[in-house]
Design a protein. Structure first.
Length: 288
């Protein structure tokens, strides 16, 4: 199947969006995280399309070919979520299936909390609910605090961009140091470097972190079972940034939730266990 690339206006900006699959198929929106772009789902896109879904994979704001508004204030979580709501509207859907990984999962958690009527089902990959993350910090989970050192580093001006620019040119970049040896191919890394080289991309990507304090300090933790949208959580246990102990408290917030661990997968679970993740997503979205 041939991918279609288009530019969609939403929430005052323009997003680059990849679509494929039957035009009348059930819509699945895939939200990538840091430091990926739509290509982060390249193992899932053709599979889901072959299963009859209309797959929609945007570059989120700040990334690759999408708009990159200046300033951290333009990357607040509610703006990022409204980008997705506007994308759903622009494509003519009332509601969609949604999957998010990393920062895409954080946006997905916000959407299911504030715009639940726009989601048919939700899939979360390797990111806890932000409220669970905050509680872990407040209760002295020092192991998790050490794992999250980069969040504080990315608050600095200009230095994170220089770090990413330098490491992005090497084989040992932010992707390879947190993954298995076979997770990313040379072709994959070349695609990422091309996306990172887009004007303003490095700053746009880091601005997600610079605006993150509201997400982690202001997001309330829902009561257990209060999220009504059916939710699937897939979690690679070898995540160097997020501990698996954050997964169960997050899925417990969902009235109809299921948690699946992948013992040999890293944070990049959709790459490490692509076949199994594909089957989990397609099966979950197809369930009545």
């Amino acid at each position: 199947m041939e991918l279609t690339h288009k530019f969609v206006q939403t929430n005052g900006i323009t997003l680059h969006v990849v679509t494929v699959g039957p035009v009348d198929g059930p819509p699945v929106v895939l939200l990538h995280g840091f430091p990926e772009f739509w290509y982060g789902w390249h193992n899932q896109i053709p599979y889901l399309a072959a299963q009859g879904f209309r797959v929609i994979a945007p570059d989120q704001r700040g990334y690759n070919l999408s708009d990159k508004p200046r300033g951290g204030a333009n990357y607040q979580i509610d703006l990022l979520a409204r980008d997705v709501v506007g994308l759903i509207d622009a494509l003519g859907y009332d509601s969609v299936f949604l999957a998010g990984h990393d920062w895409g999962a954080a946006v997905a958690w916000w959407l299911v909390t504030h715009y639940p009527e726009r989601l048919r089902k939700l899939a979360i990959l390797n990111v806890p609910h932000p409220g669970v993350m905050r509680q872990a910090a407040q209760t002295g989970n020092w192991r998790q605090a050490l794992r999250s050192w980069y969040i504080y580093f990315f608050q600095l001006p200009w230095l994170p961009e220089q770090f990413l620019r330098l490491t992005g040119r090497t084989a040992r970049n932010i992707l390879t140091v947190s993954s298995r040896r076979d997770t990313f191919s040379a072709a994959d890394l070349a695609a990422y470097r091309q996306a990172w080289s887009q004007p303003g991309a490095l700053t746009g990507m880091v601005n997600w972190y610079r605006a993150a304090l509201r997400l982690f300090t202001k997001t309330p933790t829902p009561s257990p079972g209060s999220i009504q949208t059916p939710t699937l959580m897939l979690w690679g246990e070898r995540d160097v940034a997020l501990g698996k102990e954050l997964a169960q408290p997050s899925i417990d917030l969902c009235a109809n939730g299921r948690l699946v661990f992948f013992p040999k997968a890293t944070h990049w679970v959709q790459h490490d266990a692509a076949t199994a993740v594909n089957e989990q997503l397609a099966g979950f979205f197809a369930e009545p």
